[in-house]
Design a binder for this molecule. Structure first.
Ligand SMILES: [Zn+2]
Ligand SMILES: [Zn+2]
Length: 389
């Protein structure tokens, strides 16, 4: 198709700029909600393409939005993530940003001929901050019919079965006492936190296949010679559906309350957020896979039992048809997301080659969604059907 060719050659022409921006973001990793440099570079890149960029949207300093095309057709959003982790860009979000901006460069080259609207959305804080959830709640995605993005990994998939999460913070309050002189006067918040981990491990057998629970102790006491009066821990419960993860979280809360009772302390539990599971839209994923294959790379559907993480794109997929394909920037087994060695993969020539290729698949899929009413109708029908189940 002529439009696909125009899009792909515009993306090829944009390569140098895209790699430079992605590399500059990689060199200056910023944690969730602090991605000022990254958001600025991407906004500048979009402005240079002739787009009008709104910055600091929805009350989020590091979110942005630009839209272009014809208002009369359907609207498709392409997401850029750009936050890093404490060990740098170990999730490769600089490549997500570069791929999204490149896709936008390709689509904007069609200009007014575009039979619908494209929204380029900068979504901060994927790593635990749920930026997309805030954008969704605050109306920044109003009028968007479908959304897409792609994430680097060590495997190429057109779908990703991300788990739903519940993030819990638990604080135990006991009573301080001299640990040798008068331990009988104290009640140990450390004993409570240890009991909680033990109880959660005992409960683990009873969770459904594919569930995950992992926790850390963030405060284990105040001094070795004082009975700990205050301890804190965090758990992340993950399950296949948002509904099921609620049950898992309830079980963790029971464990904490039981431990508090057993140790004469008090437990205070806060649910500090969570992501929904990813509902992969197969109508969109199959079109994406076909484009990927036309570029020489197979992107099959991921097996449903693939070990996986979680993403705030899950919440988006509960609000509209959405895809979150993954693209390989390393050999399988040579380092994947969140590992130190993935930081180097995210700044490699293989990574940038994949970023440009994936930008083309994303852009062609977005173009098809706004130009082919049958594809958008199929994506929407599938979304409606799977929401009910
Ligand atoms: Zn990550
Ligand atoms: Zn990530």
């Amino acid at each position: 198709m002529e439009a696909h060719k125009t899009i792909c050659s515009a993306i090829d022409n944009f390569r140098e700029t895209a790699v430079a921006i992605s590399r500059s973001i990689h060199a200056r990793p910023e944690l969730k909600f602090e991605e000022h440099f990254a958001a600025e570079q991407l906004a500048k890149g979009a402005t240079a393409l002739g787009l009008k960029v709104e910055t600091a949207i929805a009350g989020l300093a590091t979110a942005f939005r630009a839209e272009f095309g014809r208002a009369s057709g359907p609207t498709v959003a392409i997401f850029a993530e750009y936050d890093a982790l404490p060990n740098g860009h170990s999730c490769g979000h600089n490549l997500i940003a570069g791929a999204a901006l490149s896709a936008v460069a390709g689509l904007s080259s069609i200009g007014e001929q575009l039979p619908g609207r494209i929204v380029f959305m900068g979504t901060p804080a994927e790593e635990g901050g749920g930026g997309k959830i805030l954008l969704l709640q605050r109306g920044a995605l109003k009028g968007v019919d479908a959304a897409l993005m792609a994430h680097p990994m060590d495997m190429e998939w057109s779908t990703m079965p991300a788990l739903a999460t519940r993030h819990l913070h638990i604080t135990f309050r006991g009573r301080a006492a001299h640990a040798a002189l008068a331990p009988w006067d104290g009640s140990s918040a450390l004993a409570a936190v240890l009991q909680t981990f033990h109880a959660v491990d005992m409960a683990r057998l009873h969770f459904r296949d594919g569930s995950r629970i992992h926790g850390i102790i963030t405060n284990g006491g105040q001094a070795v010679n004082i009975i700990p009066e205050r301890t804190e821990c965090m758990f992340l419960a993950r399950g296949k559906t948002s509904k099921y993860v609620e049950q898992m979280a309830a079980r963790v809360i029971q464990c904490a309350e039981g431990a508090a009772m057993a140790t004469g302390t008090k437990a205070e539990v806060k649910v500090v957020g969570g992501y929904k599971n990813m509902i992969n839209n197969y109508s969109m994923a199959r079109r994406y896979a076909a484009h990927s294959e036309s570029l020489g790379v197979r992107a099959p559907e991921a097996p449903l039992d693939l070990p996986t993480g979680s993403t705030d794109m899950g919440d988006i997929s509960h609000a509209m048809p959405a895809i979150h394909p993954t693209f390989a920037i390393a050999q399988h087994g040579e380092g994947s997301c969140h590992e130190d060695r993935f930081v180097a993969h995210a700044d490699s020539s293989r990574g940038y080659d994949a970023m440009i290729r994936v930008a083309k698949s994303l852009a062609m899929t977005a173009y098809d969604l706004i130009s082919d009413p049958g594809l958008m109708a199929a994506a929407k029908a599938e979304y409606a059907e799977r929401q009910e189940s």
